[in-house]
Design a protein around this ligand. Structure first.
Ligand SMILES: Cc1cc2nc3c(=O)[nH]c(=O)nc-3n(C[C@H](O)[C@H](O)[C@H](O)COP(=O)(O)OP(=O)(O)OC[C@H]3O[C@@H](n4cnc5c(N)ncnc54)[C@H](O)[C@@H]3O)c2cc1C
Ligand code: SF4
Length: 347
């Protein structure tokens, strides 16, 4: 059975009525999981749900991105490109043009891990309720090098990494809003790739107002030119004030079971001269690699070079112009009290 609800609220009530139902957005991940028999039950398809596919400025100059906005549309959106250029680069740089044309913002954040043991219907690993992580005992070559929890499948979402750096929040039908960090969780539960409650639906991602003059870049180190998840990916953005780097935001993905916001690197970058050698500051991330998984130490060695390249791209970028300000609300004409008119007989 496939249902096509016309609103997110209707979709949420269908999921409440059938807890075995599966929500589908662009279908690029869920279809693969269904073909492998890893997802069963009726489908609730969001393609007809209204109000989920727009990008707009908020009253405070932030950005509201509907959950069903396609990644290609996000990458091309003029508001996103003007105010959040690093996000546009990340959305336009992942997967393939074909995937980006149909994959959605919420589907991208909530997609499942690509671990080959997990995707194998015959393998029962920790994430599927089994007792062992088969990758730790077997082939973990494509897995995490930062050890955050029992499951070491790298978090697959490029967008989650960029939105973590941008302090985004998700709006949820049937639940309270969640910060990106809360949506992702800390990676300690091997059964969960995110913390969204079953039966609830992401309706939008909201970003705080963007300052102008941001230099931003997204970059990935990858085994082939396209159609592949990255070995390491990075998001960097910062502003320059008085010739110094201020308010840097740095995140990396592909290396742990969650994207990582690098607050230690951000602290080391803050206040450096805008044209300084940033490599020593980027090396601050190395402290985390000490907890790496030995077989994947080679992957940890790609982190600093990837950050360096990303920082160089950000430095060479055109500072952002910022999105156009929302039009000021019309000024109401002053209310002039009518002059009292005396009744005829009283004149
Ligand atoms: C060759 C290839 C390379 C790729 N490379 C990358 C890459 O580098 N980086 C990257 O990030 N991704 C990559 N992808 C994955 C791709 O980005 C995801 O498959 C896609 O973003 C999923 O979006 P979707 O709308 O198709 O989700 P779906 O497949 O429809 O759904 C995915 C999950 O999200 C849930 N979901 C969807 N919408 C909502 C909602 N509104 N509320 C609650 N739950 C929801 C679904 O129930 C499901 O669990 C790649 C894919 C391919 C095929
Ligand atoms: S890495 Fe995660 S998904 Fe892969 S085998 Fe281990 S527990 Fe399962």
């Amino acid at each position: 059975m496939i249902a096509f609800p016309s609103t997110a609220a209707e979709a949420a009530s269908l999921l409440a009525a059938r807890p075995d139902a599966v929500l589908r957005a662009g279908g690029t991940d869920i279809t693969d999981l269904r073909h492998r028999g890893l997802q069963r039950g009726p489908t609730v398809d969001l393609c007809d749900a209204t109000g989920l596919a727009a990008v707009s400025l908020t009253d405070t100059g932030g950005l509201r991105i509907g959950a069903r906005v396609a990644l290609a549309a996000l990458a091309a959106d003029p508001l996103v490109r003007a105010g959040w250029p690093g996000l546009a680069q990340a959305a336009g740089g992942l997967a393939t043009p074909q995937v980006r044309a149909v994959a959605t913002v919420a589907g991208s954040l909530l997609q499942d891990v690509r671990c080959w043991y997990y995707r194998d219907p015959a393998a029962a690993c920790l994430k599927k309720g089994g007792s062992r992580c088969l990758a730790r005992e077997g082939d973990a070559l494509q897995h995490a090098c930062y050890d955050l929890g029992a499951c070491i499948a790298p978090h697959p979402s490029t967008l989650a990494m960029a939105l973590l750096a941008l302090d985004a929040t998700v709006e949820v039908e049937g639940g309270a809003p969640l910060t990106m960090a809360a949506l992702l969780g800390d990676g300690s539960d091997p059964m969960r790739t995110h913390t969204l409650r079953p039966g609830t639906i992401v309706t939008a991602v909201v970003l705080p107002a963007a300052p102008t003059g941001v230099r931003a870049a997204y970059r990935r180190t990858i085994q082939r030119a396209r159609a592949e998840w990255p070995l390491v990916e990075a998001y960097v953005h910062y502003e320059v004030e008085g010739g110094r780097i201020v308010r840097p935001r740095v995140a990396i993905g592909g290396v742990a079971n969650r994207p990582l916001r690098l607050s230690e690197v951000e602290a080391a970058l803050t206040g450096l001269a805008a044209d300084a050698d940033v490599e020593p500051a980027l090396q601050a991330v190395d402290a985390r690699a000490q907890t790496g998984i030995p077989a994947n130490a080679w992957r940890a060695r790609l982190v600093v070079p990837t950050l360096l390249d990303t920082f160089a791209d950000a430095r060479a970028s055109v500072p952002s112009a910022g999105p156009p300000r929302p039009p000021a609300p019309p000024v109401a004409a002053p209310v002039v009290a009518p002059t009292p008119v005396a009744p005829r007989g009283a004149r």
